[in-house]
Design a binder for this molecule. Structure first.
Ligand code: IPE
Ligand code: IPE
Ligand code: MG
Length: 258
């Protein structure tokens, strides 16, 4: 794998359809999804990835049937009950991002606890997007910048891309280099709309509960073949510049106006 190793973000989709193909229930699909989370967190550590971001629950997922929403909230509690000790021992720093206003008190306490007990860790960052929606995140950033301006803490000319980023829920962490979405859907579903500006996108038909180390390696292998140009031209093209000089001169504005 080429350095620097990528910040990988995963839209973990397809638990329900995975269950359906096995004539299982949706909650059973979500349970299998948690097993995949455990596998992939371990795999990310083994591969020395600096940051793994997992999209676990979107702000729109709250509009699913209440029983499923409750199940997913309880699943997060159970995941940490069962795995937090090991995550701490492995040196993983956990950051949980999302809208917290309407979360139950017990979930807020859990989030605080998880972040506090892992705050000194630096082996890998595990960023979990829970009750997260990127449009809400952007509106929230705009509001807090507007408040800073109205309180004269910030002037209009201070508002740059960097200031804006500092007000996003992901502040302090770089944007993902590679976004993987499982289950054959080709959309972002309100995930990291700002941060995805130059991310490499990778889609696989594999349902999340079937995603494993091998699937991760296929995605990483594909990632290293991508040439990230960030709007520039590639190094290869620069060497052809000489040949273009004549044409460029012919099309220069000065000549064209004669
Ligand atoms: C992903 O699986 C988990 C969450 C969105 C919480 P889904 O529950 O969306 O599974 P499908 O898309 O219905 O198969
Ligand atoms: C995106 O999956 C959210 C998560 C993976 C947490 P969804 O299943 O909610 O996305 P849509 O509704 O198919 O776009
Ligand atoms: Mg889905």
């Amino acid at each position: 794998m080429v350095e620097p190793l990528p910040h990988v973000a995963i839209i973990m989709d397809g638990n329900g359809r995975w269950a359906k193909t096995r004539e299982l229930t949706r909650p059973e699909g979500h349970l299998a999804g948690v097993d995949a989370i455990k596998r992939i967190v371990k795999a990310a550590v083994t591969r020395n990835l600096p940051i793994l971001t997992l999209f676990a629950f979107s702000s729109e997922n709250r509009f699913r049937p209440k029983a499923e929403v409750n199940f997913l909230f309880n699943l997060m509690h159970r995941y940490f009950d069962e795995n937090l000790k090991e995550l701490v021992e492995e040196g993983i720093y956990i950051k949980i991002i999302g809208e917290t206003n309407e979360l139950p008190k017990a979930t807020l306490r859990l989030i605080d606890h998880v972040q506090n007990v892992t705050s000194d860790n630096d082996k890998m960052t595990l960023q979990i997007a829970f009750n997260y929606g990127s449009q809400e995140e952007i509106v929230n950033a705009a509001k807090s910048i507007a408040a800073d301006v109205s309180e004269n803490k910030l002037s209009l000319s201070d508002i740059t891309k960097e200031t804006f980023e500092a007000h996003l829920r992901t502040s302090g962490l770089p944007s993902p280099d590679l976004i993987i979405r499982t289950s054959g859907e080709y959309r972002l579903s309100n995930f990291m709309l700002w941060q995805a500006a130059y991310a490499e996108l990778y889609f696989t038909d594999v349902y999340w509960p079937d995603f494993n180390e091998h699937e991760l390696d296929i995605a990483l292998k594909e990632y290293v073949t991508r040439e990230r140009r960030f709007g520039r031209i590639s190094e290869d093209n620069k060497s052809h510049d000489k040949e273009d000089k004549g044409l460029i001169a012919k099309f220069s504005l000065k000549k064209a106006s004669k």
